[in-house]
Write a protein that binds this ligand. Structure first.
Ligand code: COA
Length: 162
């Protein structure tokens, strides 16, 4: 099997021997991928991203300059737009387990998702929103909002710069 370095010459793998990238994956120039991470067939990852170690990245779409920190599960069908930060240990989900169709989370441009958060199926996190660490996000988050808790609820945000 061709090495990751020769398949993706413009991508930096922390430890290619400990990383699996299945066939049919696109990874943009300048992206870095940690060790013990699996990127599944069909994933499309943009330029200048950081995909941390111990991540499971299914067939999803990740924009440019996105940071996915250590030990995240990015499930199939997720869309992560440009300049998003996904903290360590974030789990995204696409099946409510109630018999309906799969539905896919979307994280809009510039949003930040705190470590250990769980994003339920079909939820959209708005542009530039912040999700506090350990939140369980069950509903859409408005653009620019700060949400915390389980279930995550909007908390007022101090004016920027304070
Ligand atoms: C949500 C967050 C942005 C709020 O930051 P902040 O505005 O400075 O908040 P404070 O620390 O002043 O806390 C304000 C209140 O919110 C509560 N709070 C803070 N973070 C919380 C969270 N994640 N979940 C629930 N409540 C939270 C605090 O307990 C405090 O409540 P109190 O007033 O009743 O004591 C921040 O705490 C957070 O979770 N950031 C994400 C960190 C992270 O995951 N980083 C990843 C890279 S390492």
């Amino acid at each position: 099997m061709e090495s990751l370095e020769s398949r993706f010459p413009d991508v930096h793998f922390y430890n290619a021997a400990l990383t699996e990238v299945q066939s049919g994956v696109v990874i943009g120039t300048g992206t870095r991928v940690g060790s013990m991470t699996i990127i599944h067939a069909g994933a499309v990852i943009g330029r200048g991203c950081t995909i941390g170690s111990h991540c499971n990245v299914c067939a999803c779409v990740v924009g440019d300059r996105v940071s996915v920190q250590t030990a995240c599960h990015i499930t199939r069908g997720v869309v992560i737009e440009d300049d998003v930060f996904v903290g360590p240990g974030v789990i995204t989900l696409n099946d409510k387990l109630t018999g309906g169709a799969l539905s896919f989370p979307r994280i809009r441009r510039g949003a930040k998702v705190g470590g250990g958060s769980v994003i339920l199926p079909g939820v959209t996190i708005g542009a530039d929103a912040v999700v506090g660490a350990g939140s369980v996000v069950t509903r859409d988050v408005p653009d620019g909002a700060l949400v915390v808790g389980d279930p995550a609820r909007v908390r007022s945000r101090p004016p920027s710069g304070t």
